[in-house]
Write a new protein. Structure first.
Length: 433
């Protein structure tokens, strides 16, 4: 695959001002010579007429990248053409009829960058997340991964592990009198320090998960308390049916908002009450289940309601508001109105305070693969610590656990064979990236 020359439209299909084609591989410049009189200087954007035989394809900005200096690390060409359908189709027809040239597979340009050492696996994931990012914090998180923040930390961790392993190997290879007396202490100190660092890193996963997957908020209350009206106000349109008839909401309605760069999901649930209606009972049970699954619950209360009225497990972070405060007298609870929007800004501010308190939004590891690698490394280092604390240390076991921890770090960064995760990652890339 790496010896093939591939092409793809790298911008989104459809009518646009500009469309960008990429060609990467050993025959990229040969293909370009078919349509231009002279090749532009490397990495210099140059205006060229694209002609093939008697067909004028387009006037385009052409950029050539020599091997080693391109995104993929290969000889590569970019064509910035006009984004009309006829122009795009004409370029595709030209490419499609050429020998030793084929359409790229999803994510193939990025995979070549990985295989040619231009990116590591973590940066590849960062690029994928950047393409999919929808909020400011998702973009920030993706750029941190793409820029190598986690890759750099892994190198620091690996250096410490390799140093510890080398000390263990010295103890195996040489007699006791040739080994410094404080060798065990140095290995123990290094290992304990790394355990603390990785434990803190693992704790940061919760914050990263919030940024990637969103913060879930359930709106809870009795029938006709104003839950659907509040959801409609947040949405800016009539998303939920509002009625004076109790029990109107049966299913769970979802609304996604970008609040300070974090995706926050609000769920409008069925009114909690005792009922003989079997369908409404199902809705109430579903509401309770969803409420307990969410990270936060916002309870809308009537003046006579109490938090204890609801048989729902929650947390100390749960928020209580007096509903319909636009038509009710002052109360000890802060009020919110889905009709006028009174108190909504204060409610959103408090929700932000909760997720910022629960997760400081600065986690290095951002997905389950990262998390599992850190967990596996910590397990190895825990075994090392246990062995080092014994009266008689089996240094061969210490060395083996340290080797395993280094392997986990290499798997995390993609320095060793990771075929089992590559296909899944690149499957989610678009054609041309």
């Amino acid at each position: 695959m790496i010896n093939d020359t591939v092409f793809a439209l790298s911008t989104a299909p459809g009518k646009s001002g500009i469309a960008v084609f990429r060609v990467s591989g050993p025959n990229s410049f040969s293909v370009l010579r078919m349509v231009v009189d002279t090749l532009p200087k490397h990495r210099v954007a140059t205006l060229r007429n694209l002609r093939y035989k008697n067909d004028f394809l387009d006037q385009a900005i052409v950029i050539c990248f020599e091997q080693g200096s391109s995104f993929t690390g290969e000889e590569m060409v970019e064509l910035h053409v006009h984004g009309g359908h006829a122009v795009i189709q004409g370029i595709l027809d030209f490419f499609s009829g050429k020998a030793k040239l084929r359409l790229a597979k999803p994510g193939e340009f990025t995979r070549r960058a990985l295989e040619n050492g231009k990116l590591d696996l973590l940066k590849v994931e960062g690029l994928s997340y950047l393409i999919d990012s929808e909020t400011k914090m998702q973009k920030k998180q993706s750029l941190r991964l793409l820029s190598g923040s986690l890759s750099s930390e892994i190198e620091v961790w690996k250096t410490a592990l390799i140093r510890a392993l080398s000390l263990a190997e010295v103890m195996i290879d040489f007699s006791d009198e040739d080994v410094p007396s404080d060798t065990i202490s140095e290995i123990r100190e290094s290992t304990n320090s790394l355990v603390k660092t990785l434990s803190v890193t693992l704790q940061g996963y919760n914050s990263a998960e919030i940024i990637r997957n969103g913060f879930q908020v359930a709106i809870i209350g009795k029938p006709n308390v104003g839950k659907s009206s509040l959801l409609n106000y947040l949405c800016g349109k009539e998303k939920a049916i509002v009625s004076n008839i109790p029990g109107t909401t049966r299913d769970i309605l979802e609304l996604k908002l970008d609040i300070n760069g974090v995706p926050v999901y609000f769920y409008d649930t069925a009114g909690i009450r005792e009922t003989s209606d079997p369908v409404e009972v199902l809705g109430v049970d579903l509401a309770k289940k969803k409420a307990e699954q969410c990270a936060l619950r916002v309870f809308l209360l009537n003046p006579e309601d109490k938090r204890s009225d609801f048989d729902i497990k929650g947390s100390s972070n749960d928020l209580l508001f007096l509903s319909k405060c636009d038509i009710r007298k002052k109360h000890s609870l802060k009020g919110v109105s889905g009709k006028t929007g009174e108190g909504v800004s204060e409610m959103l501010k408090k929700i932000c305070q909760v997720y910022e308190k629960e997760a400081p939004l600065d986690g290095l590891i951002v997905n389950e693969r990262h998390k599992q690698a850190i967990i596996n490394t910590l397990a190895c280092l825990t075994n090392v610590s246990k062995e080092l604390n014994k009266t008689t240390v089996r240094i061969e076991l210490v060395a083996e656990e340290l080797r395993s921890s280094i392997t986990e770090m290499d798997l995390l960064s993609g320095r060793i064979n990771v075929e089992r995760v590559l296909d899944n990652i690149f499957l989610n890339f678009c054609i041309g990236k």
